[in-house]
Design a protein. Structure first.
Length: 120
């Protein structure tokens, strides 16, 4: 959600063409760049608002936003995600909700992926 220029969506779609990988971006210029980058991949890049997107159709929802929208992300995930769906956040946690798993990335920022599973 909020796929930016496709830095995660496009490589993932190329690495795993057997998966249906979708990115949603609300900035038209950023969306256009992502669409161009995804041209030779199986990635689907949609223009739209992540808050209006129905999350029920996704098995994994990846976000790399900021601390500010994370409570809203959690609420939407709890409300809409199918049972067993995963929420993966790069770097930013959800206050009061410990992740079920964490994994460090070997990047310059020493980022942490945090994982939650929908119990709905």
């Amino acid at each position: 959600m909020g796929c930016g220029i496709g830095s995660v969506v496009v490589p993932l779609a190329r690495l795993r063409p057997d998966l249906h990988v979708t990115g949603v971006e609300g900035s038209w210029l950023t969306w256009l760049i992502a669409r161009l980058r995804a041209a030779n991949s199986s990635a689907c890049i949609r223009y739209g608002d992540i808050w209006r997107q129905d999350w029920q159709a996704f098995d994994v929802i990846y976000v790399y936003l900021s601390p500010v929208p994370m409570p809203r992300v959690w609420q939407k995930f709890q409300t809409e995600a199918a049972p067993g769906a995963w929420l993966v956040s790069n770097t930013f946690g959800i206050d009061g909700v410990p992740p079920v798993r964490q994994a460090g990335l070997d990047d310059v920022m020493q980022s942490q992926l945090q994982y939650w599973i929908s119990a709905r």
